[in-house]
Design a protein around this ligand. Structure first.
Ligand code: SDX
Length: 393
């Protein structure tokens, strides 16, 4: 073990940052957006109102909300030339790969909203991203299933528009089921922001150099894709399907506890929550509602999920390590019942989290105190040594 080569850098860099947007108490299992508890917002509010709250710090008046929703609705279309970006991908590309590419490509397209020092341009970039993310995600899905793109409609709300862009086909009428739209909106609301998670920190760090906002959001999408972060919802459903039946649960519980086995219970555990993730509770209730509506309340995947949760919570290993279901544990069950393939679970998370990334980006750009400092390290490598010529090695 080399001597630890340490020196005083003369300042303390802040790997964390100040923020006024979201508060989490991991031990109590509390999540507040600008002071409002997530379970109240999930029950009483809706996604675009929560977007307004995250962006501007207060619940909107009726007029403010109407204007905000009007602007978002009338920015949902993509520039027609951007459709060419989709056609450059292989048909079997993961929708997250397509979203990362197309959102990054927006930085080459929308030159009138990239000067982050200009408040008006920041607002335009904000509306373009929140409005167009569902369109991009839906088009990424349509592209991978070989169906024609479905354009947004201005007479539909945010969640209904997204469902229709994903599932409508020119060959027949598509009516959005209002209960599915409500469930979709609630999933968007529950994933909107989560303080300094990996993808949000990625966006803050990328933006701290003054980089193009669209490129910074593309960096956040790339980070969210990982199975330990936003990709966990896809990994969790795939795990539940691999378990398949309730009688195989003990085998997987044992694997999750085995230090020599890399298997982890997807949808369980959290860097911050050492209690129930409050979002998981709301998601579980929503799963029951949606599956009852669809007449699949005895959905085998949901049964395995409920029994797995029960078995894990009764096991001292998980209780001692304070491992509880997180937001991803039930979301996949709902999304699959709604008709989405697992590959669309993380893109839906990205659509929702865009407002969290933007809110944190705007907070940092407008207040240097909120800036993530340049993270430093504790150097534990080799101490200084002289070069050795190759003939002497
Ligand atoms: C999200 O940061 C955010 O806010 C993220 C997020 C958001 O909204 O942005 O909430 C979204 O990413 C939720 C997390 C989704 N990821 C998963 O569900 C993947 C499965 N979970 C794990 O990989 C894990 O729990 C992490 C990555 C989430 C956190 O793991 P850490 O940081 O290692 O810490 P921990 O406190 O959770 O783990 C402590 C112990 C460790 O064992 P020891 O080394 O102490 O012996 O518990 C073990 C871990 O090995 N452990 C698990 C486990 N999660 C942790 N063992 C089995 N199954 C698991 N799921």
């Amino acid at each position: 073990q080399a001597d630890v080569f340490t020196y005083d850098p003369g300042f303390t860099s802040t790997a964390a940052c100040d923020s006024t947007i979201t508060f989490i108490d991991g031990f109590k299992g509390e999540l507040l957006h600008r002071g409002y508890p997530i379970d109240q917002l999930a029950e009483k509010s809706h996604y675009l109102e929560v977007c307004y709250l995250l962006l501007y710090g207060a619940l909107p008046s009726a007029e403010q909300l109407e204007e905000f929703e009007h602007i978002v609705t009338h920015h949902t279309m993509l520039h027609e030339q951007m459709m060419n970006f989709f056609r450059g991908f292989r048909r079997d590309a993961h929708p997250m790969a397509i979203m990362t590419g197309v959102v990054g490509a927006m930085s080459a397209f929308y030159h009138d909203s990239t000067d982050i020092a200009d408040e008006r341009q920041r607002e335009i970039a904000t509306f373009r991203l929140i409005a167009k993310m569902p369109t991009i995600a839906a088009m990424a899905y349509k592209y991978t299933v070989g169906q024609p793109f479905v354009y947004p409609r201005n007479d539909l709300d945010y969640a209904s528009n997204f469902l229709r862009m994903c599932f409508a086909v020119p060959a027949e009428e598509y009516e959005v089921n209002p209960i599915l739209a409500r469930a979709m909106d609630r999933i968007f609301t529950l994933h909107a922001d989560h303080e300094q998670n990996a993808s949000t920190s990625t966006v803050r760090l990328a933006s701290s150099s003054g980089a193009n906002p669209f490129a910074c959001i593309a960096a956040g999408i790339a980070c969210l894709w990982g199975p330990a972060h936003g990709g966990a919802n896809q990994a969790c459903l795939e795990m539940l399907k691999e378990i398949g039946t309730v009688d195989r649960i003990p085998e997987f519980i044992a694997r999750a506890k085995d230090k020599d086995d890399p298997f982890r219970l997807m949808g369980f555990g959290h860097r911050v929550y050492k209690n129930f993730d409050p979002r998981a509770k709301v998601m579980k209730q929503s799963a029951d509602e949606v599956l009852d509506l669809l007449g699949v309340e005895n959905n085998p995947v949901l049964q395995v999920a409920k029994e797995l949760e029960k078995a894990a919570l009764a096991d001292p290993y998980f209780a001692d390590k304070k491992l509880f279901p997180n937001v991803d544990f039930y979301s996949g069950v709902i999304l699959e019942a709604m008709g989405f393939p697992t590959s669309m679970f993380t893109p839906i998370f990205a659509v929702s989290r865009t407002v969290g990334w933007i809110s944190q980006w705007k907070e940092m750009i407008t207040d240097p105190a909120m800036k993530i400092g340049r993270p430093r390290q504790l150097y534990v490598g080799e101490t200084e040594r002289d070069y050795v010529d190759i003939e002497n090695r």
